[in-house]
Design a binder for this molecule. Structure first.
Ligand code: GCO
Length: 447
């Protein structure tokens, strides 16, 4: 099959995040993920990210891999506690120097650095003051953004602000399965508003510096349980509001969506006059992280939530799943991108697919080769879905595979391998998988 055409200047990338790949924990401040990992039972296998992929030391080798892949962009994140160990105040010269070296190395290789300021590793001192439940964290984020712009703004054009504020709020503050481990359900909603406010304040600084601000969120097409009638449809609307609209409606339309009963109180309590005006229109581009659609059923009496989330395969048994159990539905990406354009129309800024990928149990065979045909099928299907959306008029300007490297997958520790490159977590050795060669060939033909 031939490779479809992509718009000129399209960004061909791969993505990582500081806490998931860097290691080098002794040369940065403590984050909420260090504290969370120290709590027994929180992370699979009791793993920590103190060393992770040791990207902190091996970044030259990793940039060489990116160059071999033919990337023209790399999405990574800056570790806030590496740059500002206390969360505010003094910049660490050692910590900040790491990103100078990384950025320079990328530029030498012809690869655009696309940093995200925050991918979940909040400095612990800020968590001690309330974390994202506190409005003060948005102020601290603005201070951090100013420091990062001052240091790297000469070389970085596109700035991601926050990564997946929905997942951070839901997993970290509503369900407690990610750091900081709070299970507050609707009480988590202030963490949504304060993240949006933080984004808006950072974006104002980024724009004032003549640069572009990008908000990255996780989005999912929501499918009501087939045959579930109005109850399933209502549950699906509730889930869509919380997952997809909670951040995009205020960002693009200037108003929060209608939330399920009992969920709007904690949110509106956090909103001050003028906040929504600050938030509206504060993104020059939107980063879309897409992995899979979500099946939603009416809640049972015990659920405590306005929806239930049965496994996707309960309704669609023929759909393949990844090691994580996530359904593989490439058309979902086309549906998502075209759906955003339908929902937001002219208010929708240009899009970038900032994450897309899958985990499998990849291991080198006796000859040292890592065969991952499922990942190749996954990437091929999703890139074709993206190309169809672009051909249909959706303004999508880049694609970043998640991930360049196998890495620390949050609560799953090292058990979910998402990389184009296999990492031996004992030796640090990198082995490009078959999907690496496949993506290299795809980019070569598509560029
Ligand atoms: C994110 C993602 C990544 C994950 C990936 C696979 O927030 O951007 O959670 O950090 O590793 O989505 O789960």
């Amino acid at each position: 099959q031939s490779v479809p055409r992509f718009p000129g200047g399209f960004l061909w990338g791969a993505a990582t995040a500081s806490h998931q790949v860097e290691g080098g924990a002794e040369e940065r401040g403590r984050s909420i993920w260090d504290a969370f990992a120290a709590e027994p039972g929180r992370i699979a296998g009791g793993a920590t990210a103190r060393t992770a992929c040791d990207h902190y030391r091996r970044y030259p080798e990793d940039v060489a891999l990116m160059a071999r892949l033919g990337l023209n962009a790399y999405r990574f994140s800056l570790s806030w506690p590496r740059i500002l160990p206390a969360g505010r105040g003094a910049v660490s010269g050692t910590g900040a120097g790491f990103y100078d070296r990384l950025i320079d190395r990328l530029l030498e290789a012809g690869i655009e650095p696309v940093p995200t300021l925050y991918h979940w590793d909040l400095p612990q001192p800020l968590e001690d003051e309330g974390g994202w439940l506190s409005r003060g964290t948005a102020d601290a984020f603005a201070e951090y953004t100013a420091a990062a712009l001052d240091r790297y703004g000469d070389r970085v054009r596109r700035w991601g602000t926050l990564n997946e504020p929905f997942v951070h709020m839901a997993f970290g503050y509503a369900f407690g399965v990610h750091a900081p481990g709070k299970a507050l359900l609707a009480g988590a909603l202030p963490a949504a508003h304060h993240q949006l406010l933080a984004h808006a304040r950072a974006a104002a600084l980024i724009r004032a510096a003549g640069r572009e601000a990008l908000l990255v969120n996780n989005l999912t097409p929501v499918r009501p349980l087939p045959g579930g009638g109005e109850a399933a449809a209502a549950a699906a609307r509730a889930y869509d509001a919380l997952h997809n609209r909670l951040f995009l409606d205020p960002l693009l339309l200037g108003a929060y969506p209608e939330l399920p009963d009992g969920w709007d109180g904690p949110l509106t309590g956090a909103v001050h006059p003028g906040d929504l005006a600050e938030i509206r229109g504060s993104a020059d581009a939107l980063g879309v992280n897409y992995y899979n659609p979500t099946l939603i059923a009416p809640p049972g009496p015990e659920d405590g939530l306005p929806f239930a989330m049965p496994p996707y395969t309960d309704a669609f048994p023929d759909v393949p799943t990844t090691r994580f159990g996530w359904p593989v539905v490439p058309d979902g990406l086309h549906e998502l991108l075209t759906g955003l354009r339908e929902r937001y129309g002219a208010a929708l800024p240009p899009l970038l697919v900032t994450e897309n990928g899958c985990s499998y149990d990849d291991a080198p065979d006796a000859g040292g080769r890592v065969a991952d045909p499922e990942r190749i099928a996954y990437l091929d299907g999703h890139l074709r879905a993206l190309a169809r959306a672009a051909a249909g008029g959706v303004d999508v300007r880049g694609y970043f595979a998640w991930s360049l490297l196998d890495n620390f997958e949050w609560a799953e520790g090292y058990t979910q391998r998402f990389g184009l490159v296999h990492v031996d977590f004992d030796s640090g050795e990198r082995t490009p998988k078959d999907s690496f060669e496949w993506y290299r060939a795809w980019i070569e033909r598509a560029r």
